[in-house]
Design a protein around this ligand. Structure first.
Ligand code: 5GP
Length: 192
């Protein structure tokens, strides 16, 4: 699959540790006309407010495994005890429309895409420091101390994989980080 096109469409892979702000950055990017998110499949339970088919396709472990066996994933990985995967058909359908498709995925998935030679633009969102990341995770107030320590340990190993990406953005200020990524993607002239 060719993830690049001359008219601004193509794949954009966005990763970064939990608390780096990557989800908020992706939400800002899909405000730009022609930019959409790929909807992944996952076995993790649905969180409050999440909608099946919009946020994720929520699958049973058995159904997820079937899709793995049928080769329906562009990449898939296990993260924090749950499985996640990018659905080839969803991405191909969006790319065929000339859209810019954002894959918000963790680093093992990126390694698979790189190993398969999937073309695209790969960007890593880095928190200013681990101390700042820890502060943000506490401030979010959604996790126990144990969960925060686990997230921090995952974050450390994810940050060690930043070399897999074409561009690293340090998210000190959300607006500046979005502007930087927009410029890097060549999307600054579009929309708001
Ligand atoms: P969450 O459970 O918080 O929605 O996501 C946990 C992690 O899984 C995040 O780092 C998110 O980017 C990643 N993720 C979501 N969808 C996919 C996917 O399709 N493939 C991979 N490899 N990671 C994913």
């Amino acid at each position: 699959m060719n993830g690049n096109s001359a008219d601004g469409g193509g794949l954009v892979v966005v990763s970064g540790p939990s608390g780096s702000g990557k989800t908020t950055i992706c939400k800002a990017l899909i405000e730009i006309p022609g930019v959409v998110l790929s909807v992944s499949a996952t076995t993790r339970p649905r969180r409050q407010g999440e909608v099946d088919g919009r946020d994720y396709h929520f699958l049973s472990p058995g159904d997820f495994e079937k899709k793995v066996e049928n080769g329906e994933f562009l990449e898939h990985a296990e993260y924090n005890g749950n499985r996640y995967g990018t659905l080839k058909a969803d991405v191909e359908r969006k790319l065929a429309k000339g859209l810019t498709v954002i894959l918000e995925i963790e680093v093992q998935g990126t390694r698979q895409l790189r190993d398969s030679g999937i073309q695209g633009r790969y960007v890593f969102v880095m928190p200013p420091s681990l101390e700042e990341l820890e502060k943000r995770l506490w401030a979010r107030g959604t996790d126990s101390e144990e969960a925060i320590l686990k997230r921090l340990s995952i974050a450390r190993s994810e940050m060690d994989m930043a070399h897999l990406y074409d561009h690293v953005v340090v998210n000190r200020d959300l607006g500046e980080a979005v502007t930087e990524i927009r410029r890097w993607l060549g999307l600054e002239g579009r929309g708001r």
